[in-house]
Design a protein around this ligand. Structure first.
Ligand code: NAD
Length: 352
């Protein structure tokens, strides 16, 4: 069973019966806080896709979502019967929104069922798992993208533009910090499910922004230090805080921090031709505070990043073009994160 089976009507972008533009059906898999508070509401705003079903481990949640979003019973799946989604032409895309340690299993099963896949970030806990996800989607001839919503945010698009030759590029010095105070016990402090601590969940945003500021390239080398834990009993097998440095080809350097001990959400890039500073909410869904050396930056009206991200992926499928946030980009970031962990563990400068 491969994606091509359901691709034909989508490839023409129309519903055969009516000729109206066809909206691709999205099934959210994992109905936790991000699905509930951000993705499902965003899917009410999308133009090229719609919430068509759910995959969940809780029958109670499936019923609640069905009532709230008017989902037919045949579009409700659990983790055990996910394979049956292959026979449902109303579902085109499975969006995997579980803890990262489970992204590979669900992404691969969805691909084998012939569905296009969006994996939330971080894509997986290892490069090998990213490779397996990419291979499964390639073999099933379905598309794979990562939930990198900031690629569709106007402030971060401006960062990418300014990093280029037509903007202020090249930036040579970057810095960033993303953290929040974590109190309650949850999967984010469990290595098996999270892959690591704040580095995997939050640091990845700084890593990604630094690569944007460097012109869309990966660093050539990293160094890192993990300071002593304040609550070792809570962060048993993951870091509580990480400090790291990324050295890019051409000489740009990013110094960054990520932590579950302090609140921070900022990023700055500067070079000989100017600077851009995300003073607060740098990586947030909304209310990003941003200035450049040319003055304050404000994009109005605000956008819904997730709606733009999902619409773009639907458009990639409908027009058979490559996603700007493909599995390979998710893999690149996991490779960088793995190098940062290696640098912290060995005290060595790690080449990529
Ligand atoms: P959450 O804990 O609120 O939800 C996780 C969901 O996975 C729940 O529905 C839970 O029932 C399900 N699940 C299935 N198996 C599980 C298991 N063995 N242990 C724990 N939960 C299990 O988490 P969340 O904040 O919704 O995050 C989910 C994913 O979305 C993560 O990959 C996270 O990094 C990502 N996320 C992305 C953004 C973003 O801005 N792109 C924001 C928040 C979360």
């Amino acid at each position: 069973m491969v994606g091509a089976r359901f691709l034909r009507p989508a490839a023409f972008g129309q519903t055969p019966a009516t000729g109206a533009p066809r909206k691709l059906g999205v099934a959210l898999l994992g109905l936790g806080s991000y699905s509930t508070n951000e993705l499902a509401p965003a899917l009410q705003l999308t133009r090229r896709c719609r919430l068509a079903g759910v995959v969940t481990g809780s029958p109670g949640k499936a019923e609640k979502w069905a009532r709230r979003y008017n989902l037919p019973k045949k579009n409700l799946y659990d983790y055990g019967n996910l394979e049956q989604i292959a026979d449902n032409p109303e579902i085109d895309i499975v969006y995997v929104v579980t803890p990262p340690g489970l992204h590979p299993e669900f992404a691969i099963r969805a691909a084998k069922a012939g569905k296009h896949v969006i994996s939330e970030k971080p894509m997986a806990c290892s490069v090998a798992d990213c490779d397996a996800m990419i291979a499964a989607c390639r073999d099933a001839r379905v598309k794979l993208s990562v939930g990198y919503r900031l690629h569709f945010d106007p402030y971060h698009r401006e960062l990418m533009r300014l990093a280029g030759p037509a903007g202020m590029g090249p930036f040579t010095k970057m810095s960033g910090d993303f953290g929040f105070k974590m109190w309650g016990k949850q999967w984010r402090a469990e290595k098996r499910l999270a892959g690591g601590g704040p580095m995997m969940d939050l640091g990845i945003y700084v890593v990604h922004a630094a690569c944007m500021a460097a012109g869309g390239i990966a660093p050539a080398a990293v160094t890192a230090q993990e300071p002593p834990k304040k609550r070792p009993e809570f962060f048993k097998d993951v870091e509580e805080t990480m400090h790291w440095t990324m050295e890019f080809p051409g000489g740009a350097v990013c110094r960054a921090d990520s932590s579950y001990v302090h609140n921070a959400n900022r990023f700055r890039a500067e070079g000989p031709n100017g600077w851009i500073e995300f003073r607060d909410n740098a990586f947030a869904y909304r209310d990003i505070e941003c200035r450049t050396s040319r003055g304050p930056l404000e994009f109005d009206p605000p956008v819904n990043q997730q709606a733009l991200q999902m619409d773009d992926f639907a458009d990639c499928i409908l027009s058979d073009r490559a996603s700007p946030v493909p599995g390979e980009l998710g893999r690149r970031d996991i490779r960088i994160l793995s190098a940062i962990y290696e640098a912290a563990a060995t005290g060595q400068r790690v080449l990529l």
